[in-house]
Design a protein around this ligand. Structure first.
Ligand code: IVH
Length: 729
């Protein structure tokens, strides 16, 4: 198999660009074929899904622009051209599916189907598109007799031996029926992790992703270990008495026989308003359980394409929490009469279509490996990547988990690597394209000493740790906590902090609140009076608002203004800690990646937060003097307006530049928010007002150029004083 590597930008398949020359067209077909060969063979991927789809779309676009060039065995017209078949001939060809990528394309597909039928389809089903390996399983008198891979679509490879222990594909059906079920063999995320542990424990290399793990395991000749596999059926052939059954009913019938079906995962996520069938299913990773009866489940039945889209959206939203990989949804006409009428093209049915989700695995170039030391002294390798879109988010760095894993996977700087971002989790590198390694790629040398403090490394666990644990890096985090923009503890400078850490008096910010003047006075060059004063300042900082505590804790991906936004939104630390990743995304400026990081950071900081709470810190954010009502609402229009609120109650975007008398930069921004505005760091067309103080530079000039109103800092200070007076009065 030739090594092919594509690092492709995301391409809108509907608007793909035709190739300019016949050679380029032929080259693309060659690359598609090599990638498809590797894909169906279950070898580690040579191209990610999005790159494959993009190439295919360009080949299709070229064929419509230049029909004369079209190759007779083009991958647009034949199933998996060039892929080796096997010995087991399929009862009917195992076809592929056409893809759509958005609602408009789905609507066009439905309109085409409607044209062919001469009327709207009699209902659609929606099910997950499982990212695994297609198989056809034959049961004779209720016993599993033969399982074959898809192969070239006409004949596949016999994998009966390895398929015997697949969860969801019972060795014996509930009744002695002779039938063929088709579906996808896959590996759940949990089993994938376990399979890799087993495999690397046996001296092998880790699988790059669950799909290659499933394919590799299913096709392995001799397995030295067991890696659990699962199965979901998506079609049934020759079901006795099943002629004329709707798809949803046929799925229910085989679920009743004990086979797991794609209806299972839909049960929990079916949208209200969409009817769900009550399909029993046996979806589980426990092979024992597959022969017993199973809980009811539902495959959404949709009357219109709008209902279909709603069901697809629900599935997309649940994608990260299913526990296995899906790469889209499959929409099918439910009525067999519709199917017969619509028929097939040479490679795919016209009555079904795959709605592809944004790929959760992409390839990118690894430009560096950084070593990070966490708050607790955990040392982790982090990948620095060429920016790549994964699951709709631009990813520039990803975790490489741990050093053992990195060495085992033999990932090197310069390699093309697989970047996976499943659901809300932090992006990870699952492997490198070893075949496509560039010449200069150098092996990574794990650090010999802690890169932060130079101390020894404890390598006894998978996660390496600096032997100094929390004390490593304590000075940096304490200085950040005490800084003027955080808890503003005057007198707690670098020297005092270094002395405190050295004396073992303080390792985390909460320890500061246990200090007394006596122990402080033992530090070099700190007199009794200064010690007493410092203790008072530290104690006084307990009333600082939540936003400053958050800033001081140094939650990754949150600076001062994001800390304020989080604090205002949730009000108290317990509310913030209870927020889910979805809740966090409701805060202005928090996207999926940031939300996942914040949630992970808060979980890691939980012990320190608990200690701070026990020391009596306020941990809440004072409410704004007037709680802003929803912009545009009747309350907002009637409520007394704050100076920096627009007429509809929404906040003006305000930039403070230069110094405002009596206020630090953070205090200036806090003041903007207290006056009803939203502070921003840069001037643009969307800025409503610029507060100009002493020493203002380019921002003031830009505001003038753009004609944005400016307010002298003194006037701003007066406004603030008036508001404070009103509040006190
Ligand atoms: S229906 C005649 N349903 O996707 C077409 N396929 O890209 C039968 N797949 O070859 C396919 N989940 O291996 C169908 N719920 C699902 C599926 C599914 C995954 C796979 C299948 C197919 C490929 C097409």
């Amino acid at each position: 198999m030739s090594a092919v590597h594509e690092v492709a930008p995301v391409v809108d398949a509907a608007h793909a660009e035709p190739y300019a020359t016949r050679d380029e067209y032929a080259g693309a077909i060659g690359r598609i074929r090599s990638a498809a060969e590797a894909y169906y063979a279950g070898a580690d991927l040579v191209m990610d899904d999005a790159a494959y789809d993009a190439l295919l779309a360009r080949v299709a676009a070229t064929e419509s622009a230049q029909p004369g060039w079209a190759a007779s065995d083009s991958p647009t017209t034949t199933v998996a051209a060039g892929i080796a078949g096997g010995d087991v001939e399929h009862s009917t060809p195992m076809l592929s599916l056409d893809n759509v990528f958005d609602g408009d394309e789905l609507a066009s597909w439905a309109a085409r189907l409607e044209r062919v039928l001469g009327r709207p389809a009699n209902g659609y089903t929606v099910e997950p598109k499982i990212d695994g390996m297609a198989v056809a399983a034959r049961y004779v008198d209720g016993r599993l007799s033969q399982v074959a891979t898809r192969g070239d679509g006409r004949a596949g490879e016999d994998v009966t031996v390895n398929a015997r222990l697949v969860a969801g594909l019972p060795a014996e059906l509930a009744r002695p029926v002779t039938v063929e079920v088709r579906g996808e063999v896959f590996m759940t995320d949990a089993d994938f992790e376990r399979a890799n542990e087993l495999r690397t424990g046996h001296g092998g290399t880790a699988f790059a992703n669950p799909r290659s793990a499933a394919a590799g395991t299913l096709r392995a000749q001799d397995r030295a270990y067991d890696a659990p596999l699962s199965f979901f059926a998506y079609a049934v052939h020759d079901l006795p008495g099943g002629e004329g059954l709707f798809h949803s009913a046929a799925m229910a019938a085989i679920a009743d026989l004990g086979v797991a079906t794609t209806a299972g995962p839909m049960a929990a996520i079916t949208e209200p308003g969409v009817t769900a069938t009550t399909t029993p299913t046996a979806a589980t990773t426990d092979p024992e359980a597959t022969t017993t009866s199973s809980p009811p489940a539902g495959m959404p039945l949709c009357a219109t394409i709008d209902d279909v889209l709603a069901a697809i959206e629900s599935l997309g939203a649940a994608r990260g929490s299913l526990g296995f990989d899906i790469d889209g949804a499959v929409v099918k006409a439910d009525d067999p009469a519709d199917r017969d009428r619509a028929g097939f093209s040479s490679r795919a049915p016209r009555w079904a279509v795959a709605y592809k989700f944004p790929a959760d695995t992409r390839t990118s170039r690894l430009v560096g490996i950084e070593v990070q030391v966490g708050r607790t002294g955990v040392i982790t390798p982090v990948a620095v990547l060429e920016p790549v879109q994964v699951g709709g988010v631009v990813v520039t760095s990803a975790t490489l988990h741990n050093f053992d894993d990195l060495v085992r996977r033999d990932v090197r700087v310069g390699d093309a690597v697989f970047v996976r971002r499943a659901g809300d989790v932090i992006p990870e590198i699952t492997g490198a394209l070893l075949d496509a390694r560039p010449d200069g790629a150098t092996a990574f040398m794990p650090p010999q000493v802690c890169p932060r403090c130079g101390g020894e490394i404890d390598r006894s666990q998978k996660r390496w740790r600096c032997v100094r644990g929390r004390a490593c890096g304590a000075e940096e985090s304490l200085a950040y906590f005490a800084a003027r923009d955080s808890m503003d503890i005057e007198g707690l400078g670098d020297k005092v902090i270094a002395g405190l850490v050295r004396a073992g008096l303080v390792t985390d910010p909460a320890d500061l609140y246990d200090l007394d003047a006596e122990s402080l006075a033992q530090l070099e060059r700190l007199g009794r009076t200064s010690a007493a004063k410092l203790v008072a300042t530290i104690q006084g900082s307990k009333t600082q608002p939540l936003s400053r505590v958050l800033t001081g804790l140094g939650v990754r991906m949150t600076g001062r203004s994001m800390s304020r936004r989080l604090a205002r939104h949730f009000g108290t630390m317990p509310a913030l800690q209870a927020a889910t990743v979805d809740d966090l995304q409701r805060v202005d400026g928090v996207g999926p990646e940031r939300a996942a990081t914040i949630a992970a950071e808060l979980a890691e900081l939980a012990p320190v937060i608990a200690k701070l709470t026990a020391r009596g810190l306020t941990m809440s954010e004072p409410e704004l003097p007037t709680r802003p009502a929803a912009p545009g609402s009747a309350e907002a229009l009637e409520a007394p307006r704050l100076p920096l609120q627009r007429e509809d109650g929404s906040p003006m975007t305000v930039v403070v530049t230069g110094s405002v008398p009596g206020l630090s930069r953070t205090e200036g921004n806090e003041a903007v928010e207290r006056l009803g505005g939203k502070s921003s760091g840069s001037v643009s067309k969307r800025t409503d007002l610029v507060v100009v103080g002493d020493g203002a530079g380019s921002k003031a000039t830009k505001a003038e150029e753009l004609g944005i109103p400016c307010m002298p800092a003194e006037e701003f200070a007066t406004l603030l004083a008036q508001l404070t007076a009103v509040r006190l009065g």
